[in-house]
Design a protein. Structure first.
Length: 174
């Protein structure tokens, strides 16, 4: 059984001052991994310590944003570069295989990646002419990086897919 990703939604409070972030407040968000758990921290612009150091291995991503209206209203997803960094971090972690597969499909939907082939249908859904690889999955091309990736198939059941979608939304909503 895959472990659950417990990711809190942005609290709309500055972690330094503990003051609420209001509509039109300028703020920064940072996601770090602490003992295998992803945690989000929001900072009011005046309390932002600056971008993390390049050698800070716990930091998954950070971004700058402005909240909109009511909590949850008009939420925008994190930038594509943030999603790609998470895609890279989960590459060799079997505990995140299902979440990475769902993230890959999200990146395809956003047109950051495109499916080059899958092991069942071959290139672009046509008949497969070569013997399948031992591990079924997707071959995707990242247009931003000009790189191809083989993503092992880790299709979650419907309940798990919904949980992963909620977890990604909670983590990445700006």
């Amino acid at each position: 059984m895959q472990p659950e990703l417990e990711i809190p939604t942005g609290a709309r409070r500055c972690v330094k001052s503990d003051l609420p972030l209001k509509a039109a407040d300028h703020y920064f968000s940072l996601v770090r991994e602490v003992r295998g758990v992803l945690q989000r921290e929001d900072y009011a612009a005046e309390h932002w310590p600056g971008p993390p150091a390049d050698d800070d291995q716990d930091v998954v991503a950070w971004w700058e944003s402005r909240p909109t209206g009511e909590a949850g209203a008009g939420r925008a997803m994190a930038p594509n570069d943030v999603l790609l960094k998470l895609f890279d971090q989960w590459a060799d972690d079997p505990a995140h295989a299902e979440a990475r597969y769902v993230l890959t499909l999200l990146l395809v939907r956003r047109r950051v990646m495109r499916i080059e082939a899958d092991e069942r249908h071959g290139l672009f859904g046509g008949p497969q002419t070569e013997a399948p690889t031992p591990a079924p999955g997707l071959r995707v091309y990242c247009t931003r990086r000009d790189e191809t990736y083989d993503v092992p198939e880790a299709t979650p059941n419907a309940q798990r897919a919904a949980a992963i979608q909620q977890q990604l939304s909670s983590l990445l909503a700006a």
